[in-house]
Write a protein that binds this ligand. Sequence first.
Ligand code: AMP
Ligand code: GLY
Length: 425
Amino acid sequence: MRVMLLGSGGREHALAWCFSKSPQCERLLCLPGNPGIAVLENCTCVEGSAEDLESVLRSVREQRPDLVVVGPEAPLVAGLADRLLDAGVTVLGPTRAGAQLEGSKAFAKEIMRESGIPTAAFESFADAAAARSFLQAHPGRWVVKADGLAAGKGVFPCDGVSEAVAAVSRLMEERAFGVAGARVVIEEYLEGEEASCIALTDGSHVVMLPFSQDHKRALDGDRGPNTGGMGAYSPAPVADEALAQLVRQQVFSPLLSALRRRGIEYRGFLYAGLMITQGAPRVLEFNVRLGDPETQALLPRLESDLLPLVYAAATGTLAGANLACSPRASVCVVLASRGYPGPYEKGLPITGLQSAQALPDTFVFHAGTRRERGQWLTAGGRVLGVTALGDDIPAAVAAAYRAVAAIEFSGKTYRRDIAHRALRR
Ligand code: AMP
Ligand code: GLY
């Protein structure tokens, strides 16, 4: 089949790598893709932007893919899947209504409350004065969240009333994240260990991927500013088969039923960000896509061909499907530009990619690179995701850092403690 993949990051490189080696993939088109994707066999990068709905529709009309897979959330929240479905195109990724699970935290929380999905207690507010009165009447530890999309930056864990009130003002009055802060969710601060659980669904049936964990903070020891992710690993030792069953029964099943009651048939990847406390999961957030960098750690563990499963989810035929996964562990270390997530320099030569890729069980995914006259250059904050498999987490960590050492660019920045929570166990 002809597959079109939308997006340009490390997540999309991992997906493209996975699809391009599928016997069912006749041709892979990536819009816009990236230079790492462009060198994959069977693969062509198509100009355009996944965020520009009109350009996507135009390319789809020209290229006539049998399946479109949407990587990032923004086009889904903007209604891209609806437009493609109207045009008779098979698409993996929820419609605008389903994408509200990520596009509106208030919507996600309401649906969780309604269907008894375990999550932090919360209130949502469209009025800053009402939010402030609530906080003053209920002193405690709260997390203040912008309702809308804020690239992972609209969440403020607060230590007391004054911090929480300040977060409300920043979001609702200063509009630090624009309309995303027109409404806020104020929720109970949860303690525990975080893990990500990603499922593939056709709206009724669920295939769960293995658990993974990511590192959002820039610096070792989970300090420093939040980033798009500095590394990830899978499996997550905090999660076992019993937890997977709980998440299936307490989260995915009731969620899909609640969506169907609203007339939403959710077809896509569904990501539950969880807080695990004494073996019990509570949902921190839903994303309507695969996580990044989690995907870069997860996909190398898959033994099944992902493409037929993705097609089955997109066509509502996922019943009875299974995903076989290697028991080996996987670790992804992100190489970033010096300064990221703040300002950074671009255009710096990268060396050692080939020697890193030649190491056994090692995968180098591109997120922010450029190719000029045969030379690889940095072109983004997150530059590469370096993944390695190993028999257990310590072996995978050692292998990933061996590959990291083989790659050089000026300002190469990375965390040296990826998977530390797993290593401590
Ligand atoms: P979210 O985008 O909602 O997942 O929030 C981003 C990060 O903020 C999460 O990965 C957690 O580290 C933290 N966080 C969110 N909600 C809570 C909560 N209720 N309690 C504690 N930490 C939270
Ligand atoms: N790694 C978290 C996310 O993709 O949102």
